[in-house]
Ligand binder design. Structure first.
Ligand SMILES: O=C([O-])C(=O)C[C@H](O)[C@@H](O)C(=O)[O-]
Ligand SMILES: [Mg+2]
Length: 430
């Protein structure tokens, strides 16, 4: 019998876009009014089109564009084989990633070539699985072993924020710069989306102010699991103090201090469960962190762990070592949310609500953006990722990218629009 050509890759389209983003504050500065993402479409000989979404910064976009032409003729049912293609095309040039600017580097752990390759592979893997699922008529979660839940719980992801970007009118969320503002934002998220867990992005104000905000959330939401994430802004001593003050209040504390040593010390001295998307962001970082008991919850993220099946590998590793698993997010649209939901649906031991930035985005490139009901997204059983590309929206957001000179996420630069002397904070900041 002749080999089937249905899953053979005919064309790969890579489209950079800019999506608008509110003025959300973090350790490094503030989100820009618009941030880059990359959308990948893999079209097969049968006409099936698989979708992927990932970071849009120059280093990612350049690497994705370099690899894309080499995928023609590959088979979407064999995504593992593409790993070798990515490795070969991106070669051994460590500088490809390390020198590509400062932007959000500090907020999501190490930056090296291995991680860039894992990230580039991930967006193609998702698109292949989507196309393959469409061809077979099965959902992506079925290709991952099948769903073990019907709905995936997400967490409200609160940020300190300005009421508006400089020079722009106020947005629909309003400002949140003190405990009362944070509680009001939480109520908005709970009312609109029904989230049953709350995370506050910290590292913005003095730790005592952030402790006060968490206590105000506890008073307003007595039974809701709470988290605080200062992105490694504190010293081990400060982390220890905050951990003691918030013991019994937080479900977990996320990246209180930078590095495995500080994390291990904080946990050992306080017993506070610690989560990370900074000190363990690749498989090579697992042995030391786990053997030193530095993290109790790993925040997986298929965008940089190497795709959906690598996320399942990570979950299995965590299970083996008695470490919890949950999910990290960055500013993203519906293709990423669909991929996150399919893989989360297939992870057996997912005991924490996943992070998502999606409610902060007012536009999308999918025709029917996901709805959060009771804080959860329903797991789709439609073929592939269960989403359709809105080609007009994609064209509009690509036009915005073409008309703009924003090419990288730069929270530090965005902060300079208001504080001209602002520089990336040296750690520990407190
Ligand atoms: O959990 C985290 O550290 C993040 O979500 C990283 C992000 O870059 C977050 O800090 C943001 O969007 O400002
Ligand atoms: Mg984090």
């Amino acid at each position: 019998m002749p080999e089937s050509t249905a899953g053979r890759v005919r064309e790969v389209r890579v489209t950079p876009i800019l999506i608008s983003d509110p003025p959300l504050l973090n350790l490094q500065g503030v989100h820009q009014p618009a941030t880059p993402r990359t959308i990948v479409e893999i079209e097969t000989e049968s006409g099936a089109v698989g979708l992927g979404e990932t970071y849009g910064d120059t280093d990612y976009l350049t690497a994705i564009r370099r690899v894309a032409p080499h995928l023609a003729g590959a088979d979407v049912s064999r995504p593992t084989a593409l790993r070798a293609v990515v490795d070969e095309v991106l070669g051994a040039d460590e500088t490809a990633y390390a020198e590509a600017g400062t932007h959000a580097a500090g907020l999501r752990g190490k930056r090296d070539l291995a991680k860039l390759k894992a990230s580039v592979f991930a967006v193609f893997e998702v698109a292949c699985l989507d196309a393959w699922g469409r061809i077979l008529g099965v959902p992506v979660h079925a290709l991952l072993g099948g769903r073990v839940r019907d709905r995936v719980d997400y967490s409200a992801y609160l940020f300190y924020k300005w009421a508006a970007h400089p020079g722009a009118g106020p947005d629909e969320w309003g400002g949140a710069l003190d405990p009362q503002g944070v509680v009001e934002q939480a109520r908005l998220f709970a009312d609109r989306y029904g989230f049953g867990s709350i995370k506050l992005k910290g590292g913005v104000f003095d730790p005592d102010q952030e402790i006060a905000a968490v206590r105000a959330l506890r008073t307003a939401f007595p039974d809701t699991p709470l988290r605080l994430d200062p992105n490694g802004a504190w010293s081990a001593e400060t982390g220890e103090r905050v951990a003691r003050e918030l013991t019994g209040v937080l479900e977990y504390l996320e990246d209180p201090a930078a590095g495995v040593g500080a994390m291990a010390r904080i946990h050992q001295r306080t017993g506070m469960p610690l989560a990370t998307n900074m000190c363990v962001t690749g498989f090579d970082e697992v042995p030391e962190a786990f053997s030193r008991n530095a993290v109790q919850v790993v925040l997986s993220d298929h965008h940089f762990w190497g795709g959906l099946r690598a996320t399942l590998d990570l979950a299995a590793l965590c299970r083996t070592y008695g470490v919890g698993v949950s999910m990290h997010s960055n500013t993203h649209l519906g293709i990423s949310l669909a991929a996150m939901t399919h893989v989360a649906a297939a992870v057996p031991d997912l005991h924490h609500a996943c992070d998502t930035h999606r409610p902060w985005q007012q536009e999308d490139v999918v025709t029917r953006p996901h709805a959060f009901k009771g804080g959860a997204v329903e797991v789709s059983d439609a073929p592939g990722l269960g989403i359709e590309l809105d080609t007009d929206a994609l064209a509009d957001l690509h036009r915005r990218w073409s008309d703009s000179d924003v090419r990288d996420r730069d929270d530090v630069g965005a902060m300079r629009a208001v504080h001209p002397d602002w520089t990336a904070p040296r750690l520990p900041r407190w």
